[in-house]
Design a protein around this ligand. Structure first.
Ligand code: COA
Length: 173
């Protein structure tokens, strides 16, 4: 069976291992000013949690990642975190990571995927709305600094797939 993770030119999406923790922490440092995932938390996510961390890598350089919880029992996935290095944004990397995560979730029979986004995180809201995620619940004072957020959800069933222009851990961008 072909891998659900795409290869794009010299770029590829692959699953992270504990060897990638230093790079993941470096991305976190450059992408968030609060609610950052620590080295220890990444180790847990990569070894013990029911989660997958996908890396976007181009010519050997790690440029972005997404961590997704996959709960097949509850048929629910959750984008826990997604980030792309500032100088690599606007090139479709986060979209590819999110879609790869959705493919993995679908492959496990999962039918819904969620994430939480700060109300002031315009790029992330635009990204996930463009992928078909819809706001389902307002989250008052959800973040470390008291900021509000929204929970978004997408139905992964066949009628609501990926690329349509209709329409996370989520830290301070
Ligand atoms: C949010 C983030 C992951 C987006 O990464 P990215 O690789 O630049 O996003 P993409 O290039 O895949 O963008 C895909 C779509 O998202 C939307 N989008 C992304 N960035 C946007 C911006 N700055 N303004 C408006 N829309 C934006 C657009 O619809 C875009 O499609 P288009 O380029 O065809 O118009 C990135 O800005 C980031 O790392 N931010 C800091 C960390 C963060 O906030 N993570 C999310 C927590 S919930």
């Amino acid at each position: 069976m072909p891998s659900p993770l795409p290869t794009i030119d010299a770029a590829e999406i692959r699953t992270a291992t504990t060897d990638d923790i230093a790079d993941l922490v470096a991305i976190e440092e450059r992408c968030f000013s609060a609610d950052k995932i620590s080295r220890r938390q990444f180790r847990y996510l990569l070894t013990k949690a029911r989660a997958v961390t996908l890396l976007f890598q181009d010519s050997g350089r790690m440029e972005g990642y997404a961590t997704i919880f996959l709960n097949a029992k509850a048929s629910l996935a959750r984008v826990y975190s997604i980030a792309v290095l500032p100088d690599r944004r606007g090139k479709g990397i986060a979209r590819r990571l999110a879609l790869a995560g959705e493919s993995l979730a679908r492959a496990k029979g999962i039918t819904r995927i969620r994430l939480e986004i700060r109300s002031d995180n315009t790029p992330s809201i635009a990204l996930f709305r463009s992928l078909g995620y819809r706001p389902i619940k307002e989250l008052k004072a959800y973040y470390e600094d008291g900021a509000d957020g929204w929970r978004y959800e997408k139905n992964l069933s066949a009628a609501d797939v990926g690329w349509r222009r209709a329409s996370t851990h989520s830290g301070t961008p």
